[in-house]
Design a protein around this ligand. Sequence first.
Ligand SMILES: N[C@@H](CCC(=O)N[C@@H](CS)C(=O)NCC(=O)O)C(=O)O
Length: 243
Amino acid sequence: MIELLGMSSPNVVKIVIMLEELGVPYKLTHFDVFSGAQHGAEFRAKSPNGKVPVLIDEDGTPVFESAAILLHLARKSGRFMPPESDVDARRIADQWLMFQTASIGPMFGQYVHFFRYAPTETYGLKRYASEAARLLGVLDRHAAESPYLSGKDYGLADMATWPWIRTADQMFPLFTEQGMWSRLPALRAWFDKVGERPGVKAGVESIARLMPDDAAAFQRADSEAMDRFFGRGKFDHAPGVVA
Ligand SMILES: N[C@@H](CCC(=O)N[C@@H](CS)C(=O)NCC(=O)O)C(=O)O
């Protein structure tokens, strides 16, 4: 059976949604990122970048990077990606999947970092709030012109982006305090439409099983574990770059 290692974060939710959409059995295993075990040799053999999600395929092959996992599952199933031969549809689907992993994920992630862990550092907070707002505008304009982010059909870019918009809706000050939705009518309609899919609802239900483990891991994380997690001070993960 497929095993998915992860936590309840958006990069993991997107894989759970894909597995639910495919209707394949899978085992969801919690991974405690605050433990630091992602930097050990055993985990790095599966995920050289030391991050979740990691999918262990039925034959034991590990796959890391969430978009690569989605593409792997799409190739194996022949679903949720236009065929290679449909060059135009494939270009659109590829662009918006890569836009999620190259821009939405990293920039939204930095924004979360600053408003949760360094809210008084206004330079970083403003920089990532304004970049997150700009990226949301890009998505809204695309959603106004295209039935799905992936193109005319629902696909990987929708699965990859939806969990990040869900996180934004639930916790970004841009949404909770600054009324961001009023500026994003097309994105709102897309978000609601995708959220109604049975596979997406099943994914949200499935990932909720990891939330108590995440909460317990966060509770256990002392200041040293947090410094290690964020690569601060003596836990700089690129020795020699920071004194
Ligand atoms: N580009 C990666 C990002 C994955 C990522 O940032 N994972 C986070 C959780 S959502 C993680 O494992 N963090 C642990 C760490 O940074 O040590 C992907 O899309 O899979």
